[in-house]
Design a protein around this ligand. Sequence first.
Ligand code: NAD
Length: 467
Amino acid sequence: MPTSEPDRVPGRRTAHFAVVDPATGETFDEAPDQQPDELDAVVDRAHRAWRGWRADPAARTCALYAAADAVESAGDDLARLLTREQGKPLAESSAEIARTAARLRYFAELAPRTRRITDGRPVHSEIRWRPLGPVAAIVPWNFPLQLAAAKFAPALAAGNTVVLKPSPFTPLATRLLGSVLAAALPEDVLTVVTGREPLGARLVSHPGIRHVTFTGSVPTGRAVAEAAAASLARVTLELGGNDAAVLLDDVEVDRIADRLFWAAFRNCGQVCMAVKRVYVPARLHAEVVEALAQRAKTVAVGAGLDPDTRLGPINNAPQLARVEQVVRQALAGGARAAAGGHRLDGPGYFFAPTILTDVPPDSAVVTEEQFGPVLPVLPYRSLDEAVAAANGTGFGLGGSVWGTDLDRAETVADRLECGTAWINHHAELSLAQPFAGIKNSGVGVAGGPWGLYGNLRPFVVHRPQEA
Ligand code: NAD
């Protein structure tokens, strides 16, 4: 990774910021700290590249396939770098890169459909779809490459160009991805910019940007929506979640415990649609707590580069502090840690996988998004009470219902106020399905054809029918 390179503002050299390995807590590299005044040139180049890119759908398809191949060829380097800066086990990084390539191929195949509308009058309207222009894509640190691809693959397939800004906690794999993709895509069709705030704030309010697609926390999402209002750019927001899993009284605990555990703890719990609260019939509560605690106590926690590791560190020091704080607050309020409950000794941002019981329902670990390896398990007496609690936060990303009678489980799932409800699993998404949170969890729709149309505008030609 270059440590010092000339930037495009004449006469100035770009400063750099440190990138920390969360498994050690030590700086291991640095990334360019680009400044907001560099964005005019970046967006201008994205505009110029747009003219050629939007003109030839067949060439776009070929380029996106070539981009997917290039990502796979660089897979090992990308995976190691991703694990180094993000912390996740190497196998999960490799899976993230596979999903990045899969997204490029999926959207390479998609094309919008022209439709003709007649309504009895001697005219018809033809609806064609046009790209929007340069798109600003801003992503968080939990899945830097996969979430970036979820934005740039549909945007590029639709004929837009993209300026992509990763989180300052995870800029390096995205920079490498940018240079890998540059070999397959025309110049300036996808540009990666890295830097600390206010780089993102300036990007989303830039007058040359026509669509802001953002994934991150609710407070930042609000700030992004306000900033984008300056240029009235289209806004898509994929924000936080506080997904509940509701276990029914016919659930077979042994059969679902592994799946439920990993639905909460994958990527060290740093998943927008992880299970973040579990509601269990009072009769089964002790059994479920025991099954989850046994897994939390025995799962292999360590550096992501160690092949035995199943659970890595938390990505960054502020997030570790936040997890510690919500757990400490819950314990002070009367909760009990059936497993974990503390950070691990030694270097790095490690927190012991934690199962909490006797948790006051108004604790932050229940009402807010903890985004770490912590899971509160709460007993319920009636299904109505469980559904009301599951729906009782400001979030509405996903939810799940677990039981043996699938029809009954589906009836309960139908009552969840969220964008996706799963039965007997959680957080599994197909590339072809829409993904949209409600309430504070988001605005707009990503995924599948909906993701493509989210990057297009209708253009209507109205003409008389032939005589
Ligand atoms: P964050 O909101 O702090 O940062 C997200 C991105 O926004 C980063 O790139 C950051 O540098 C940038 N940013 C910060 N301030 C900005 C501003 N004023 N204007 C524009 N950009 C700005 O989120 P995070 O801590 O990096 O990520 C964790 C959050 O992301 C969690 O809440 C999680 O639920 C959410 N998330 C949601 C989804 C989803 O699809 N719904 C997926 C993954 C993560």
